[in-house]
Design a protein around this ligand. Structure first.
Ligand SMILES: [Zn+2]
Length: 308
């Protein structure tokens, strides 16, 4: 039952999943040297930079950062190797002391062994281990650029604040929403408003805030000062994302894949609305039933009784 649910709901990794992957990659890559880079294609969603493998080869990995859903692998010599997982990107770490294992797609294809039909990038590390990037739908991407150019990078320059307590504030969110006629659901999915929030977590945040996804961003923000609605959304965003990251951190122990698709489940036990159409609302004291509507071509799950 749970597995069937995961299969139907699976979508691209969201921020908490990417943060979990970041932690896994940092744990196993930081302090190790890249000896060899095998590229099995010229492109994923976009072409690899022309001298991608040469830029990486021989460099020490210093640490792994994250901005929104972009993994930023910091290399010695002030270079950043950017990786986005797209829909089905997945990292598998192979080595004697690693527990990460190759998996199989629904069609039986092996991913993450380094020999599978969708294993596009194989990184050989100084300690004899390998990191394999697989991506059967190839919506992922990689780039490499000088770290001091990050602020002007075309994919990173326009991103809004992270939905975490250190970055997203009620005042900042109110500024991002004020005067916009778009529904609050769509405004929160806009990466310029908040970076890294995807469909699942926006549904959860609005439910926890008690705010209808159809309400306009402008009416949530009000005309001046910070409204209670903006404060509720800010607090719910912090809580939902923090809880999901913590849940991901605990599932990381068995390290079943640092990445997408079959090996990675969402933290579905935390979902109160997402994927629960026609089921009872789980908000305390609420007798409503969860409904699904479509906004901007995305499914929105919400409770019409407690979300106003
Ligand atoms: Zn409700």
């Amino acid at each position: 039952m749970v597995m069937a649910l995961l299969a139907t709901l699976r979508a691209m990794p969201e921020l908490p999943e990417v943060e979990t992957i970041r932690q896994g990659l940092e744990h196993h890559l930081a302090g190790r040297r890249i000896l060899e880079v095998e590229l099995r294609r010229d492109d994923l969603r976009f072409p690899f930079p022309g001298d991608f493998d040469r830029m990486l080869r021989g460099r020490l990995v210093e640490r792994v950062d994250r901005r929104a859903k972009y993994l930023l692998i910091r290399l010695e010599g002030r270079l950043t190797w950017l990786c986005h997982l797209g829909m089905t990107g997945r990292w598998t770490l192979l080595g004697d002391d690693l527990e990460s294992r190759p998996g199989r797609l629904a069609n039986g294809a092996l991913v993450g062994s380094g020999e599978g039909p969708h294993d596009w990038v194989v990184i050989h590390l100084g300690n004899g281990s390998r990191a394999v990037y697989s991506d059967h739908r190839r919506f992922g991407m990689m780039d490499c650029f000088p770290t001091d150019q990050q602020d002007s990078h075309k994919l990173l320059a326009g991103l809004g604040p992270e939905p975490t307590p250190n970055h997203l504030t009620p005042i900042g969110l109110a500024d991002g929403l004020r005067g916009r006629r778009t529904p609050i659901k769509s405004a929160l999915l806009d990466q310029r408003t908040v970076a890294g929030l995807g469909n699942i977590y926006v549904c959860e945040i609005l439910h926890r805030s008690g705010i209808s996804p159809r309400r306009s961003a402008a009416s949530v923000a009000g005309r001046s000062s910070v409204t209670g609605r903006v404060e509720r959304i800010t607090g719910a965003a912090h809580d939902v994302i923090t809880e999901a990251i913590d849940a991901g951190g605990s599932t990381l122990q068995d390290f079943r894949g640092v990445g997408g698709d079959d090996a990675m489940g969402y933290f579905s036990h935390n979902f109160l609305v997402y994927g629960r159409e026609d089921e009872p609302c789980l908000a305390e004291g609420c007798t409503g039933t969860i409904r699904r509507i479509v906004q901007s071509n995305r499914s929105t799950f919400f409770c019409p009784v407690c979300q106003r």
